[in-house]
Design a binder for this molecule. Sequence first.
Ligand code: AMP
Length: 366
Amino acid sequence: MRLGILGGGQLGRMLALAAHPLGITSTVLDPAADPCAAAAAGHVRGEFDDLQALYELVKRSDVITYEFENVPVESARWLAERVPVFPPPKALEVSQDRLVEKSFFESLGIPTPPFAAIDTRGQFEAAIRDIGLPAVLKTRRFGYDGKGQAVLRTQADAEAAWATLGGRPLILEGFVPFDREVSILAVRGRSGETAFYPLVENEHREGMLYRSLAPAANTGEELTERAGELALRVMTELEYVGVLAIEWFQDGPRLLANEMAPRVHNSGHWTTEGAVTSQFENHVRAVCGLPLGSAAAVGHSALFNLIGNRPDFAEVLSIPNAHLHWYGKEPKPRRKVGHVTLTAPDADERTRLADEFVRRIAPRVQ
Ligand code: AMP
């Protein structure tokens, strides 16, 4: 079996690494000369809308997936006419536009923060009146890691945000005074079978994922089941195949959907060491039509992203149960260059190890 992957970043690399022991070889399509995934996969160099490059990928693939959601939907559809593409291109279409995504959640009865489409100054003012402040103004497309958005607390913030973001298609969302952010990772196979990872608790810094705890602490069964049930609605509606991540704001007993990613997700990186089957392996199994593996957690994990700088590897590895994943990328400000997973038998030991990691490595977003 040959797997084609649109995108050659760290997610593509970890997918290819997971495919390898299953006897599946991978090829990534990426415009960069030496993308990070090329260490573990073949590489076709080209833009995501370059028909020649897409055709080359088709020739080298029995099934195609993607590792980031800003692949042009037309390219995914063009590929899907020639070779199976999973997750279905419709999932890309939904997740590329925050307004389409929130409307899609709403149509499935999945709670979201209040939101309104903003194209004009008049709509902006009306939405501020309806939704109230504080609120968050976001570009509908191409926003990630906190880019293309502004928190509005005062009218002056609104003016400033309009000056930078106005003119593009936008969405205004009510600001959710959440207790915490959580995510669910779910996977659906080609035969329709599903598996759900436990709920993960995520801490962001400067709009980027800094730390995840899995399973999330103090989580009743009810909340986990509810997140799973809502994810199942999305997967069923889209006839989804592969790993799906949905990020939530938890406000007391309520879960409000923030966004979904039709791919393996940063908040699932702990699964390589902390789950029976990693998200990467389960994604590969799903898209290749193989049976899924158990998504149960093995103990308790803490995941830290390495952002913008390189720690001392020996120092990291001297922490008990620390697993280092370095992506082989040049550190640059706000660039995810690796992650560390700490595994522990219980939540208390996880806290102890995470504290030790923070004290000794002082991971900072740089
Ligand atoms: P996003 O790119 O939409 O995931 O937003 C990045 C981060 O900004 C989220 O993880 C939250 O920490 C924060 N954020 C985004 N939208 C809202 C909202 N409506 N209410 C409160 N915080 C938000």
